[in-house]
Design a binder for this molecule. Structure first.
Ligand SMILES: O=P(O)(O)O[C@@H]1[C@@H](OP(=O)(O)O)[C@H](OP(=O)(O)O)[C@H](O)[C@H](OP(=O)(O)O)[C@H]1OP(=O)(O)O
Ligand SMILES: Nc1ncnc2c1ncn2[C@@H]1O[C@H](COP(=O)(O)OP(=O)(O)O)[C@@H](O)[C@H]1O
Ligand SMILES: [Mg+2]
Ligand SMILES: [Mg+2]
Length: 349
């Protein structure tokens, strides 16, 4: 009997498609029985296919409706990932709430999130009560993290003279010195890979008294050639920076994956220089730039095969009368409920 082939429909913005869908990925997946096929976003998703799985990073009410309709016509298809689960990451408060709820016992390391408050209006910006738990410098981040350029525009704020330049709704987060290096942890199902990247430099006492506000955007996202260049690593002293213990990072990743019901995400971690063994999670991103991860083709293909072959096995068992009322549970799919995201401007006027 001919070997069963699987098809995955991918629905990605043009920039994402260019970076993620490389010939090397298509060829490897194909050789292992998985065809990656572009979804035509000008046509209804339910009219296309057949697809065993949908891989997507598109947002909005219409797309969510299309996914729902597709799922009702194809109850056995897997959607990576469920839009309701992704929505949690579109708000920088709900994004990190899940970290605060995570319980992980580690004898040597601790983790958490930086102190932060959410500001919805200008008046609250000057409210002393709101500031009780925070001290300068702080980072002002747009509350909404919807992938727009504006949602990445941040400001390092050194004193209250700069507050009038901020534009709520924003999150004000304590700036924590961390040696100028950030750890990015890429999660693909059960696979976990941690890499080092450039971050904001530490803030000295001198700088605190000179500056009011510094604006920045996507500081860890330099052009690709700079990242793989040896000189870049040397310049940033990235080689000298010790990695966090892998087992600790894997435990956090597993906890986050289960709590969020997501398979495809990464998170940014900094090591608090005041302690050395305290790690702070500052950002979680859905379906990040995996192509920057060494060996991404193999990692992603392994993951696709894993879920598709497991699904096939369950379908086979179901055919024999064993009850698996929801095959979608292969990748787990309980829903979070964080509501719709709202659009916002950048953090500054
Ligand atoms: O474009 P890339 O490859 O740099 O990936 C971006 C990610 O970079 P990273 O892999 O963490 O270095 C990036 O991560 P950061 O927010 O920079 O930490 C985001 O995930 C970004 O998606 P969005 O704009 O938030 O929807 C990601 O952008 P999209 O490719 O999804 O648009
Ligand atoms: N609390 C913090 N303390 C120190 N540096 C931070 C903090 N939060 C963010 N940064 C720096 O700002 C960058 C962007 O912040 P992040 O929350 O990751 O936003 P984005 O979603 O745009 O990546 C981080 O990569 C890191 O360099
Ligand atoms: Mg980030
Ligand atoms: Mg982000």
């Amino acid at each position: 009997m001919a070997e069963k082939r699987f098809s995955i429909g991918y629905a990605l913005a043009p920039k994402k498609q260019n970076s993620f869908i490389r010939d090397s990925l298509l060829t490897l997946a194909k050789s292992r029985g998985v065809d990656l096929i572009r979804v035509d976003t000008d046509r209804n998703l339910a009219d296309q296919g057949p697809f065993d799985c949908i891989l997507h990073k598109l947002y909005g009410y219409d797309w969510k409706q299309q996914l729902q309709q597709f799922q009702s016509h194809n109850p056995n298809a897997t959607i990576l990932d469920a839009p309701e689960a992704i929505e949690r990451l579109h708000n920088r408060i709900s994004m990190l709430q899940v970290v605060s709820e995570l319980k992980i016992e580690d004898p040597n390391e601790t983790f958490g999130i930086p102190k932060q408050i959410v500001i919805y209006d200008k008046e609250t910006l000057y409210d002393e009560q709101a500031w009780e738990t925070l001290k300068f410098p702080v980072i002002a981040k747009p509350l909404v993290a919807d992938g727009s350029a504006k949602s990445h525009k941040m400001a390092l704020v050194f004193n209250c003279d700069a507050l009038n330049k901020l534009k709520p709704p924003i999150v004000l987060q304590e700036f924590v010195n961390h040696g100028g290096v950030i750890f990015k942890v890429y999660v693909v199902g059960e696979h976990v890979q941690c890499v080092k990247r450039k971050s904001l430099p530490d803030v000295s006492e001198e700088k605190k008294s000179v500056e009011d506000l510094l604006s920045f955007s996507q500081v860890s996202n330099l052009a690709n050639h700079e990242k793989i260049d040896d000189k870049y690593y040397k310049l940033m002293h990235l080689d000298d920076t010790e990695m966090p213990p892998q087992s600790f990072i894997v435990d956090i990743s597993r906890g986050l994956r289960q709590a969020m019901n997501l398979n495809l995400f990464n998170f940014d971690v900094i090591r608090d220089s005041r302690y050395g063994n305290r790690y702070l999670i500052i950002d979680i991103n859905y379906f990040p730039g995996y192509a920057k991860m060494p060996g991404y083709e193999t990692v992603l293909t392994d993951f696709f095969c894993d879920i598709l072959y497991k699904k096939q096995q369950l379908e086979g068992e179901e055919g024999k009368g064993e009850s698996h009322h929801d095959l979608q549970k292969v990748v787990s799919n309980t829903h979070s409920d964080d509501g719709e995201t709202e659009k916002t401007e950048s953090v500054q006027d």
